[in-house]
Write a protein that binds this ligand. Structure first.
Ligand code: BGC
Length: 468
């Protein structure tokens, strides 16, 4: 039974309620000073992450992807692509002509929870079984197909087709894979079956896949960004600044660096801005103490963060007539799609906040009109913080890209389905890289930041195969 909050608190006057709600949301507001500090810390972690012999380890992996150059428009043929990172595993057959995808066939396979947290070999056997199913349905079992594996987790890449898993994130935690090469494990699972002709030729992070795909569409693309269940970015860095790259790099001048910013703060450098809600969220998460930055805003966590704030407001007697709805006490009961729905009301400015109402309705929570207003305030606050945090790291990354103009390729469910995130992000990026004018004609959803052009490309969701 949910504890009852009794009268005195609930007899607050309206003004008191407003003030108290503001106080509870205040820790989520990032002052200019805090923003500045986050930016400084991020810059420093990036620098240390690329250094050869740093005095301490950075929380930013700044992984060399060994992807020296982006597609040049000569790529041809039939390729298989896999995409693993969320609860849906995708198998894709791509036909490339002169570097363009001329046709694709995609199939989704749901990855059940026992496979996401069970023994690694079983997960890879499942992936191989999906490949078999996909090819058998299309009568292509005897085709010798090169395969590109988008593996959306932190990896140490020793080559284009070697990806050692550093840690699981999001909703995966399979024993026996951390420290192992995901490509090798997939190849072994394929061989165990003995009925597939495919060969894994490249392993990519999803940010890298997004960047490569962006480069197909726009040669100025130099940053790949994911704002989905998890979050991360990669960018094109000058090789001479990747000090830790010890091997020979011949004539290569630039290389794609996978930042792995989800782990930003794992060494405590962001502790100064974490709220009690962030701490609680981490404490109840699958992988406690890791992926600090991602937990502050990404799609897997934004709804949960909102729920924790709502519970606090209810505990303080500021919502739901002083009762705490038991539905809200269940972790995960307020999914991130609810935040997008509530935010939609703010965008549409309808007389009645129908989307917000539908969330409470779906949860079976009785509410009054003030509860709806407070809910909107909470969703606004967590969204605003998400946009500012992303913009801080994105502006800092933009400043590192050694290009006059730079396109950012973006993908990810939170970005796609949140009705305001894109605009907020653009607003803050402009603010954080001041002194430059907007061009008179913007690309759709576009903006110019310093002399770097930034815009989204609504990516179709296919990961990309890299060919030499
Ligand atoms: C992973 C990244 C990935 C991001 C977006 C994070 O949890 O560590 O490798 O790019 O999610 O999917």
């Amino acid at each position: 039974m949910a504890p009852r909050i009794e009268a005195p608190e609930f007899r607050l006057t309206k003004t008191d309620v407003v003030k108290k709600v503001e106080d509870i949301l205040a820790p989520l507001k990032l002052s200019e000073e805090v923003q500045k500090r986050i930016r400084e810390v991020y810059d420093e972690e990036m620098r240390i992450g690329l250094a050869r012999n740093p005095s301490r380890k950075s929380c930013l992996q700044m992984e060399n992807t060994y992807l020296p150059e982006l597609p040049n428009g000569t790529e041809e043929g039939e390729y298989l692509a896999l995409d693993l990172g969320g609860t849906n595993f995708r198998v894709i057959l791509l036909q490339l002509e002169k570097g363009r995808v001329v046709s694709d066939e995609v199939q989704h396979y749901f990855v059940p929870e026992p496979l996401r947290v069970g023994p690694g070999s079983e997960l890879f056997d499942f992936l191989a079984a999906c490949i078999y199913d996909f090819l058998e349905t299309r009568s292509k079992l005897d085709h010798k197909l090169p395969l590109g594996f988008t593996f959306s987790f932190p990896m140490t890449q020793q080559d284009l087709n070697v990806g050692i898993l550093v840690s699981w994130t999001k909703s995966f935690n399979c024993p026996g894979v951390v420290g192992e090469d995901a490509v090798k494990m997939l190849n072994e699972a394929i061989q165990r079956r003995g009925d597939l002709e495919v060969e894994v030729v490249a392993v990519l992070n999803d940010t890298t896949g997004t960047l490569v795909q962006g480069a197909f569409l726009d040669r100025k693309c130099a940053i790949g960004l994911i704002i989905g269940t998890g979050s991360n970015a990669c960018y094109i860095e000058r090789v001479d600044r990747v000090e830790k790259w010890e091997g020979t790099h011949g004539d290569i001048k630039e290389v794609v660096v996978d930042i792995e910013w989800g782990a930003f703060g794992d060494n405590g450098v962001l502790d100064f801005m974490k709220t009690e809600y962030d701490q609680m969220l981490d404490k109840n998460s699958l992988l406690v103490g890791s992926f600090t930055f991602e937990k502050l805003f990404s799609g897997k966590y934004l709804g949960e963060l909102t729920r924790l704030v709502l519970v606090k407001l209810a505990e303080e007697g500021l919502m739901f007539g002083g009762k705490i709805p038991s539905q809200l006490l269940r972790p995960g009961s307020f999914p991130t799609r609810f935040v997008s729905l509530v935010e939609q009301d703010a965008v549409l400015k309808l007389a009645r906040p129908v989307s917000s109402e539908s969330c409470f309705h779906e949860l079976g929570i009785e509410h009054g009109s003030d509860d709806l207003k407070i809910l909107q305030q909470v969703c606004f606050a967590v969204t605003e913080r998400a946009a500012i945090l992303l913009a801080i790291c994105l502006s800092a990354t933009l400043m590192r890209v050694d290009r006059e103009e730079c396109t950012i390729a973006v993908d990810g469910s939170l970005y796609k389905y949140h009705p305001r995130l894109h605009h907020l992000l653009e607003h803050y990026i402009i603010k954080m890289t001041p002194g430059k004018k907007l061009p008179s004609k913007l690309p759709e959803h576009g903006a110019v930041v310093r002399n770097k052009q930034v815009f989204q490309t609504q990516m179709s969701r296919e990961p990309l195969i890299v060919t030499n």
